[in-house]
Design a protein around this ligand. Structure first.
Ligand code: ZN
Ligand code: ZN
Length: 420
């Protein structure tokens, strides 16, 4: 369908959306602490005419709008149900962008662009509420807390399936460090699954001068860290993808004391269930075997921290979204050739609610940063390292045309299901 009726009046609302985006950027809130953001979202949705439920799974907000498309109020069942999701949380990062609207919450920053996601979805809900004769069906607008720590299951565990209409499709988008205005995705695996765990290695402490009377967990930890580097290089096939990172290592207090324990935090990324299982099993096997090799007095403790599934784009629904995006943004859409190593918890909605889901990326980076880079090279080689990407203290999507692109992309994709 042509989505132009759904865009009626959008241009005039862009300054207000930009002010909203800058306000959200100035006052970022950490995962599950999105009180101000959630209150603002609920207020805007009510002003627009949505039925609003607050405090879903913590600070989550859900808006529902049923529409018959002929001027009368709708009811569920009058057409397809489309779930649109935005995440709201920021990160414990000290902002270094120098932007006039930089964070005023010290040590907290919207470094992943979830402020942009909120602005996009509120822009789209505003259009859907204002142009009721251009679509029919039910839209469930989900403002999710705590994506960075896997907050989606919390909303689902809060009775989501019983409290809100069941979606026929779940859609979401993420701002990326690609040039602003570009929109891209792929069918099948789009983003890696992520698993992280805390490992405590036990030794037997003592004086640094008499290691023979101790079991040194620092040496044990060093052996574990090095041996873990062989998992991807020796146990994962050339055509498969996985990453194993030890992002944190802590042990000891002083140079002449051998400590009792060392703690590691390990992050694993994978793009298929088979590789995930193999890598997780290898990590555990190596941790346990190195402890045994060191004659550790106790078995290591391995405690899971987080687990994000692979973000899987339903092939048929993705084809429809890609066609809608290509029609809306001719020559600005791209197709990823392989999954990206980042992770998302958005897939939890489609999985739990039994609906296909589609996730895509919207570029937000300043074009001036990309003078010598063409689109083909970007898709092939990824974002050049000098471009500040998500989670960087210098990540700074340009408001224009990123805000408008994201609103149009959401409406274009949803429009496939909501056509009158
Ligand atoms: Zn993030
Ligand atoms: Zn993110």
């Amino acid at each position: 369908m042509s989505i132009s009726p759904l865009l009626t009046g959008l241009t005039g609302k862009l300054p207000e959306l930009r002010a909203l985006y800058e306000d959200l950027h100035t006052y970022p809130e950490l995962s599950f602490e999105e009180e101000r953001t959630a209150a603002l979202v609920a207020e805007r949705l009510r002003e627009q005419g949505w039925e609003v439920t607050e405090r879903v799974g913590g600070t989550g907000v859900v808006g529902v709008l049923a529409n018959r498309g002929d001027g009368a109020d709708g009811a569920e069942g009058d057409g397809p149900v489309v779930l649109l999701r935005a995440d709201m949380d920021a990160l414990p990062v000290r902002e270094e962008t120098g932007l006039p609207y930089a964070s005023k919450n010290d040590g907290v920053m919207h470094a992943c662009g979830h402020d942009m996601h909120v602005a996009w979805l509120l822009g789209a809900t505003g259009q859907l509420a204002a142009v009721r004769d251009a679509w029919r069906g039910t839209v469930v607008a989900v403002f999710q807390p705590a994506e960075e720590v896997g907050g989606a299951p919390k909303m689902l565990a809060d009775g989501f399936a019983e409290r809100f209409p069941r979606p026929d499709v779940c859609l979401a988008q993420h701002v990326a460090a690609a040039p602003a205005g570009l929109v891209g995705t792929r069918a099948g695996a789009l983003m890696a699954g992520a698993d992280s765990m805390r490992v405590t290695l036990f030794g037997r402490g003592g004086h640094g001068s008499t290691p023979e009377a101790t079991v040194d967990p620092v040496v044990l930890a060093a052996a574990v860290v090095m041996r873990l580097q062989t998992v991807v290089s020796r146990e994962v096939g050339a055509g498969q993808q996985a990453v194993v990172t030890v992002g944190s290592i802590h042990g000891g207090t002083k140079e002449n004391i051998i400590p009792d324990t060392v703690e590691l935090k390990i992050n694993v990324r994978s793009t298929t269930a088979a590789v995930r299982e193999r890598v997780l099993a290898a990590v555990e096997r190596i941790v346990r075997a190195e402890a045994a090799a060191s004659a550790a007095p106790r078995e290591p403790e391995i405690v899971p921290i987080e687990s994000f599934p692979v973000t899987h784009n339903d092939p048929a629904a993705t084809e429809a979204v890609q066609a809608a995006l290509a029609a809306e943004f001719p020559s600005l859409t791209f197709e990823l050739t392989s999954p990206v190593p980042n992770s998302e918890d958005f897939g939890a909605f489609g999985t739990a609610l039994g609906a296909p889901s589609v996730f895509w990326f919207v570029g937000g980076a300043d074009h001036r940063l990309f003078v010598d880079v063409d689109l083909e090279a970007l898709v092939r080689d990824g974002i050049p390292p000098q471009i500040p990407s998500n989670h960087s203290p210098r990540f700074a999507p340009v408001p224009e045309p990123t805000i408008e692109t994201g609103v149009r992309a959401l409406l274009a994709a949803a429009g496939h299901w909501l056509a009158p």
